[in-house]
Design a protein around this ligand. Structure first.
Ligand code: ZN
Length: 413
């Protein structure tokens, strides 16, 4: 490879995600650093996003992502970075320069000057990468501390914190009485976007249920917040929308880390029988239905990915009925993450399970897409399987989750 080409590539590596996004004419949201949108290559809605602060991009439709502008440009422009010509073309796009001619002759001085520039640039890129990695570690640790702070400041549910018990009762979880893990915050801020001066904007401040994410040592690594509004059935949660776009926002948030952790709901993690699924309400409603068995620990994974872990790419399969339009407007089957766990996973690619657990009851969500959920539950079972451990999967009535089933049973509808 000629020095000119090497320099060209090093220059391209230094172009940020934000600068690349501008060159590619991607959409920027008015506030925040996360910018979701349809993928320019795969289509869909909000399938693609880049984050100008974390220097990351991701396409859910294409199942691909990364942390540099070259890769992002290549995906958006449908170039194959594994091929030399595709890679150089992507570099050319992010730099806005033509690919240098390999056969180009150069003077000795030019050559020496360029070698020095190349060296400087490479050192600079390495220093930047080290600094970025360090600041990400800092950022993660800060987020963990903030999450612990939110959880520590929240009140235990018993004599105080009654709104959390009322919320769970309204969601079909019975009267839980005093709680060991879930807590109550009376005035928790919901931050969204930034004001004109770049400061975080408080969209709402009100009562919330706060749960910890705990690791195997039972230390809080993050927290899960559910804002509640007891006057707003059927979910008893406030409705938030983005002031600029009107887009609906979730009334739940996670802070800090969740990866590999779990949300404890009721009981002792030392128990040999564990019961849980994706959400808090679902696990709590199932627990109420079996009268919170003494021998059982109830948990929530927070989301399906943390329950089941990543899938082996080769086990991906086409959905039997669901289709979506590709970039050319042709209807193609939606691809579903398969039932086989990815080989060589990290310990924290999915939630931890106590080594002593010999019965792990997994609760499926009946109101999520059935095929995708079934594949994820099969994957969770395979991932958490051990000799001597049984892992039954329990399904609610189609179109329901256990919380909704219980809430309707309570009111007799
Ligand atoms: Zn894509």
């Amino acid at each position: 490879m000629s020095e000119a080409i090497k320099l060209f590539i090093e220059d391209a590596r230094a172009v940020s995600i934000e600068a690349t996004a501008k060159i590619l004419n991607l959409k920027f949201r008015a506030s925040g650093s996360e910018h979701p949108q349809p993928c320019p290559n795969c289509g869909g809605t909000d399938t693609f996003a880049f984050n100008s602060k974390k220097e990351k991009w991701n396409c859910r439709a294409g199942g691909i992502g990364g942390n540099d502008g070259i890769g992002m440009a290549a995906h958006c422009e449908d170039l194959d970075v594994k091929r030399r010509d595709g890679f150089l073309e992507a570099c050319s796009i992010v730099l806005g320069l033509p690919i240098p001619d390999e056969g180009e002759r150069e003077s000795d001085e030019d050559r020496a000057a360029r070698l020095k520039r190349l060296d400087d640039r490479r050192l600079q890129n390495e220093a930047d990468a080290t600094a970025k990695a360090a600041s990400q570690v800092d950022f993660r640790e800060q987020e963990r501390q903030k999450a612990r702070g939110i959880y520590d400041a929240a009140a235990r549910v018993g004599r105080y914190g009654r709104p959390v018990a009322d919320y769970l009762m309204a969601r079909g979880c019975g009267d839980v009485g005093a709680l060991q893990w879930l807590r109550y915050a009376s005035d928790l801020s919901y931050w969204h976007g930034q004001d004109g001066r770049g400061r975080p904007l408080e969209l709402h401040c009100g009562p919330a249920m706060v749960a910890p994410f705990i690791d195997r040592e039972l230390c809080a690594i993050g927290c899960h917040i559910t804002w509640i509004d007891l006057k707003r059935p059927p979910k008893y949660r406030p409705v938030f929308s983005d002031p600029d776009t009107g887009e609906l926002l979730p009334s739940k948030k996670m802070r800090g880390s969740k990866k590999g952790g779990l949300i404890p709901l009721f009981g002792d993690p030392q128990a040999r029988r564990w019961v849980g699924g994706e959400g808090i309400e679902n696990g709590a409603a199932f627990g109420a239905w079996e009268a919170f068995r003494e021998d059982t620990f109830y948990f929530a994974a927070g989301d399906l990915g943390n329950l089941s872990g990543p899938a082996e790419p080769s086990s991906r399969f086409a959905h039997p009925t669901l289709k979506k339009l590709d970039a050319k407007g042709v209807a193609r089957a939606v691809m579903v993450a398969g039932p086989i766990p990815k080989a060589d996973q990290d310990a924290d690619d999915a939630m931890w399970i106590g080594h002593q657990v010999d019965e792990l009851v997994l609760l499926a969500d009946g109101d999520s897409e059935r095929v995708m959920t079934a594949a994820a539950m099969a994957r969770a079972r395979a991932r958490h399987a051990r000799p001597g451990r049984v892992i039954p999967i329990v399904w609610p009535r189609p179109g329901y989750d256990f919380s909704k089933m219980a809430a309707e049973a309570d009111t007799g509808t």
